[in-house]
Design a protein around this ligand. Sequence first.
Ligand code: F6R
Length: 364
Amino acid sequence: EKGGYEHFMLKEMYEQPKAVRDTLEPRLSNGKVVIEELGMTDEEIRSINNIHIVACGSASYTGMCAKYIFEEMARIPAFVDVASEFRYRNPILRKGDLVIIISQSGETADSLAALREAKEKGAMTLAIVNVVGSSIAREADKVIYTWAGPEIAVATTKAFSTQLMAEYLLAIKFAEVRGTVSEEEVDDMIQDLKRLPDQIQMLLANRNHIQKFANRYIAARDVFFIGRGLDYALSMEGALKLKEISYIHAEAYAAGELKHGTISLVEDGTLVVAVLTQEALFKKTISNIQEVKSRGAFAMAVTVEGNTEIEKTADYVIYIPETNKYFTSSLALIPLQLFAYYVAVARGCDVDKPKNLAKSVTVE
Ligand code: F6R
């Protein structure tokens, strides 16, 4: 059933190229993004005032990525909340507000309750869900399915990748209708989306390198993940993957926040994983890497091909191939998943079923 893989998590990581392709292809038609199930008129898309993204755990981190993209690409104000907060804070929802609920299982109790709260307040609701016919899928006004297939490992991998894809498609659609991107930009983005599955495959093939590196960190006490913008959102996921399956304390920080406190925890040999995929922010994050290095940290960097400047600062560098600046999270994700996986394996952890965690959290 694991198809020759040692764990479901590894198998599911390897299913990512297919999952991402299966989520993309049905929504492309004659070189355009067509999301039939969205069922929104151009007029409705133009009248969206705010987007509220609500989810739990990893799904909320893809939501953080989406926030940056909706705002920058489509110029729509976007807000992200974890569902357990959103549902109890009497959120302000107005006409023209779109609430997007993201969930792999479609059964997460807090996300379902948040969806009901949003509907009650009269917002339009859209669910990005993996499990067909699940409660969230049934109750939302609109559903976009992520076609990841069944995910067995408790730690999400392929569902995460497909959520990103669904969000990219939605952002492109909104941006196109609202006139914030040119036709040429849309064409370029679609070409880049089509390349993602093969690029993910290529990064997975690099697993042995990452395994070797991971073996050096099996006794780590703390690991910090830093990034800015989209890379901050992805750092959240990198830290969660590591802590949930390896039980090593890991935390993500917006790189610029480090010196407001956390840097005091950096000691000789502490591993700091920096994600730098946004060219406009390279210099800023590099200076944060220098700060942690001067306190003895060992710096691993995940960055884009061509940013060789990084080698002057970081101790270990993983390059991701070139893509549109909005889609880098799909690629930078892969080494972070592999790193968490191999640290957990080397520590002898039950990778597919981490202690105290359930695949679907149906109680609050
Ligand atoms: C982390 C993980 C969890 C889920 C979260 C939401 O690897 O799997 O953080 O992302 O419990 O679950 P869904 O997406 O089913 O609502």
